[in-house]
Design a protein around this ligand. Structure first.
Ligand SMILES: Nc1ncnc2c1ncn2[C@@H]1O[C@H](COP(=O)(O)OP(=O)(O)OP(=O)(O)O)[C@@H](O)[C@H]1O
Length: 259
């Protein structure tokens, strides 16, 4: 089954209108995790969400993924409601891989679930592994890979169905700084090759500024988007950008807004 997805540069992919979320806790209290939150997500963009712990970033991603229902408001998808796993790729902080399956089988898993033949699935999973730099590790088990490599495999699995949107919830938060820097560059390269729309949650202002076309800043709980910036840092991102005064200007702006 071949999926093609015409990309309209900067067209609107999905619009969140006044999303709210109330959770019921086990002792019967109600937690307001999101106060009315509205944003449009553009096709092909890299959008980061930053904000203090507990402000509802993961909640927003889960609603986008269809893993949680909003208490109020709506999501308006340009191409109709997505199906989780096929139209939406999700990457968690800890790479969730099935330990008894090889890396190739893990990456092929969503294709199996959605009825792609094994031969085509193997081909697509192998191509995706090559794209994330794991071409030689298809037969390995997850435990035989480093944390950074496992996260690459999780990214390959999220991308293999060519989802409309990839949601990443602090995917590099558990990695050491050097590996994280390397993964940031890898992610930029993968994104350039796939044209994926990415919504990325991070605690790191530097990571958000380095990777993103736009950065949404969320206020403390109950979270809402308190500022939304289009970064004027151009499409080319590399280490040199980290010495650029404009980059430092954004770090300082974002840091102030988080306070
Ligand atoms: N399933 C749940 N049941 C009850 N409360 C929840 C549930 N999930 C999240 N919450 C609460 O909702 C609020 C927002 O949580 P969420 O995980 O979305 O925040 P976050 O911004 O992603 O936090 P962090 O940056 O620490 O990961 C928090 O107060 C959290 O305790």
């Amino acid at each position: 089954m071949e999926r093609t997805h015409e990309r309209q540069a900067n067209g609107e992919l999905v619009r969140a209108v006044g999303l709210t979320k109330l959770y019921k806790t086990r002792n019967g209290d109600t937690v307001e995790a999101l106060s009315p939150t509205s944003i449009e997500i553009r096709d092909g963009e890299f959008l980061s969400l930053i904000g203090p712990s507990g402000c509802g970033k993961s909640t927003f991603l889960k609603i986008l993924a269809g893993l949680e229902q909003p208490s109020g408001g709506s999501l308006e998808w340009r191409d109709g409601p997505p199906s989780t796993g096929a139209d939406v790729g999700y990457v968690f902080q800890e790479p969730v891989l099935l330990p008894w399956l090889s890396i190739l089988d893990n990456v092929r898993f969503p294709l199996d679930v959605f009825g792609v033949s094994k031969a085509e699935g193997n081909e697509r999973a192998a191509a995706m592994l090559a794209l994330v730099g794991l071409g030689d590790f298809g037969k390995a088990l997850p435990k035989e890979l480093s944390g950074g490599m496992r996260q690459r495999a999780a990214i390959a699995r999220a991308l293999v169905y060519r989802p409309r949107i990839v949601l990443m919830d602090e995917p590099f938060g558990a990695l050491d700084l050097l590996t994280r820097d390397r993964m940031n560059d890898e992610l930029l390269r993968i994104r350039a090759e796939t044209g994926s729309t990415i919504v990325f949650v991070t605690h790191s202002i530097e990571e958000a500024a380095y990777l993103s076309d736009r950065v949404a800043v969320m206020s403390p709980r109950p979270g809402r988007i308190s500022a939304l910036h289009e970064l004027d840092l151009g499409p080319e991102r590399s280490e040199a950008l980290k010495d650029d005064p404009r980059f430092h200007g954004w770090l300082s702006t974002l840091r102030k807004e988080l306070k």
